[in-house]
Design a protein around this ligand. Structure first.
Ligand SMILES: Cc1cc2nc3c(=O)[nH]c(=O)nc-3n(C[C@H](O)[C@H](O)[C@H](O)COP(=O)(O)OP(=O)(O)OC[C@H]3O[C@@H](n4cnc5c(N)ncnc54)[C@H](O)[C@@H]3O)c2cc1C
Length: 447
């Protein structure tokens, strides 16, 4: 049967593309994997290996009971992930984290993919929309997608659907916000389209609190832009919060932190001096983002400084802020639930270009794209993972659960899962998420 199947084309041999190719070939579907290195280089990769880790050598926590990314590792192992198999085989001591010898890891992925009889690797750049005879394509070209392909995708999907920079505002778990200080209200109580007039969570500052906060933003330790990031033209007009703070002590009070149209029900007699607004970030309503707070502050500094915001003293962050060169789609708007481009379904997307964030999440979305494309090619029904699993939660977020208007790259975290019983608190709550996830994953894999 295999001899009669047409190949699926995978563009990009990074974490996602290598995993997608492996999943396809493991199901008997031939693959042509197009990787542009070493013919054309990126600014971050330095070898011609598949699945090169461009920065850290860590897949983060390997704790499958209490950590969402550890859970994702375990789910991927159970799905026969090549990336996890090679990571496990080349791990180095790293406490509770899964960290690898980067060369051993990338060599193992390269060897496994290139020696698979159903995978042909072509070292070439795909510099435009794939030819029409490629009837099933997985685009997994990552945050540094070559400009020619990025422009082609942008003209297919529309100006607003492909970003060249991320501008990530921190995201807080709703359950960690102190609502005895913060309150729900939209500016001037305006309901707007689909709203209720109580759509934002507001955190009010007194004058001295505000001044201390501005000073902390200015003094906080930052990460510099890389030389090649500075030259990206699309970045203008989206300033980090600390740069706005440096422009004058009142700049934020007249900008994203303006206190107008809001009344603090906890102190109705006092007009707030400045207000931080948090907006719902996912359909489940479990996550809220700090509107306008994209930043280059170091992560530890962000946690320290943003907990100075009244009501966020005990905030738990699902994601901290950042700004990087990053090519990614507005996936919730333009992809369907099986990662296909709605306007051109022969193209499927995987990896960081879909707006997931990180090595593991990228490989996980590659794994799903590979499974879906294989099912399609084999004439089988596409089966998506349950939303209660880490795989299902990240897939659901990027293909519709996230707010398209404010869509920015996202790591896997428990805020993406349908909540478990409210009565279960603390560490037990995490255990409840992971136990439910693995039971549901096994049901999915066996069913
Ligand atoms: C500077 C930098 C540092 C990072 N540090 C980390 C980190 O420490 N931890 C972390 O988890 N994540 C990090 N990331 C994010 C990381 O890139 C992703 O998590 C992961 O590599 C994404 O996997 P991917 O397969 O989607 O893309 P990639 O791994 O980047 O793979 C994409 C592949 O596509 C190829 N390609 C691009 N365009 C074309 C084309 N037109 N034709 C053919 N091939 C093409 C590229 O050469 C590349 O091999 C970093 C990203 C950057 C840019």
């Amino acid at each position: 049967m295999t001899d009669t199947l047409r190949p699926v084309h995978v563009i990009g041999g990074g974490l996602a593309g290598s995993e997608a190719a492996w999943q396809l070939a493991s199901r008997g579907v031939p693959v042509v994997l197009h990787e542009m290195r070493p013919v054309r280089k990126t600014e971050a990769h330095s070898t011609e290996k598949l699945a090169e880790l461009v920065c850290s050598n860590s897949f983060r926590s390997d704790d499958a009971e209490y950590n969402a990314v550890g859970l994702l590792h375990e789910e991927m192992r159970r799905c026969g992930s090549l990336i996890l198999r090679c990571a496990d085989a080349h791990k180095v001591p790293a406490g509770g984290a899964l960290a690898m010898d980067r060369d051993g890891f990338a060599d193992a992925v390269t060897e496994a993919v290139s020696s698979h009889p159903l995978i042909a690797i072509q070292r070439e750049e795909v510099a435009g929309l794939p030819p029409e005879e490629w009837d099933s394509v997985i685009v997994a070209t990552g945050p540094l997608t070559s400009p020619a392909l990025a422009e082609a995708v942008r003209s297919q999907t529309g100006e607003e659907s492909l970003a060249f920079f991320d501008a990530i505002a921190p995201i807080v778990y709703l359950e960690s916000i102190d609502l005895s200080k913060a309150w729900f209200q939209s500016r001037y109580d305006k309901p707007g389209p689909g709203g209720t007039g109580k759509d934002y969570i507001n955190c009010a500052f007194e004058k001295d609190e505000y001044r201390a906060f501005i000073a902390a933003l200015i003094e906080g330790e930052k990460i510099d832009f890389k030389e090649w990031e500075k030259s990206t033209p699309y970045f203008e007009g989206c300033l980090p919060i600390e740069v706005m703070a440096e422009r004058g002590v009142d700049t934020l009070r007249y900008g994203p932190m303006k206190p107008v149209g809001l009344t603090n029900p906890h102190k109705p007699e006092r007009r707030p001096y400045a207000v931080v607004q948090l907006r719902q970030d996912n359909a489940l309503g479990t996550l809220y983002n700090l509107v306008g707070f994209q930043t280059k502050l170091r992560h530890a500094e962000q946690a320290r400084i943003f907990r100075m915001i009244p009501g966020l003293e005990n905030a738990e962050f699902a994601r901290l802020g950042g700004m990087h060169r990053n090519t990614f789609l507005n996936s919730p708007r333009i992809l369907d639930g099986a990662l296909r481009l709605k306007s051109l379904p022969r193209l499927r997307f995987a990896g960081q270009v879909t707006g997931c964030e990180g090595y593991v999440e990228s490989a996980a979305v590659g794994l799903l794209a590979g499974r879906f494309a294989a099912a399609e090619r084999l004439g089988q029904e596409i089966s998506t993972p349950p939303v209660t699993t880490a795989l299902g939660a990240i897939l659901g977020h990027i293909t519709g659960g996230a707010e398209a208007e404010t869509y920015q790259p996202m790591n896997v975290n428990f805020g993406l899962f349908p909540p478990v019983d409210d009565k279960i608190r603390g560490r037990d709550r995490k255990l409840a998420y992971t136990r439910r996830a693995l039971a549901d994953l096994d049901g999915w894999l066996n069913g």
